[in-house]
Design a protein around this ligand. Structure first.
Ligand code: SF4
Length: 125
């Protein structure tokens, strides 16, 4: 597992990044441009036994940081592909990432089902 760019430790629709794409050094790892490299406020990961209201407030603050991050898309995809089980990554909480992954799995199953149907129809000629 990649060390999160925000190394302090301990969605309905996926929001589009509000930071315009810009030229980046394509050879540099995405996390070198993370704006959360020094998460001194501890926004991205929950401390133990965090009350719900505090968690919601912290996650919203983390998402505001993500919204101005130039590597939000890369970060989000990383967290979805790993998958990263904890913390806010790419503007999504762990629960929101689980929803996105479930939608992707459903979509993939539907696409495979449609492809099988098309193949059967084509074979029947
Ligand atoms: S999108 Fe958020 S979590 Fe990801 S690198 Fe940027 S600020 Fe950090």
């Amino acid at each position: 597992m990649l060390q999160p760019p925000h190394s302090s430790l301990q969605v309905a629709a996926v929001p589009a990044p509000r930071v315009p794409a810009r030229d980046r050094d394509q050879d540099a790892p995405w996390h070198t441009e993370a704006v959360c490299q020094r998460d001194e406020a501890g926004l991205f990961f929950a401390p133990s036994k965090e009350p719900t209201a505090a968690r919601l407030s912290r996650e919203e603050a983390a998402k505001r940081v993500c919204a101005r991050c130039p590597v939000m898309v890369e970060c989000r995809e990383h967290a979805l592909l790993q998958p990263e089980p904890y913390g806010v990554w790419g503007g999504l909480t762990a629960a929101e990432r689980r929803v996105v992954l479930a939608r992707r799995r459903r979509r993939d199953m539907e696409l495979k089902k449609a492809a099988r149907s098309a193949n059967r129809i084509a074979a029947a000629g």
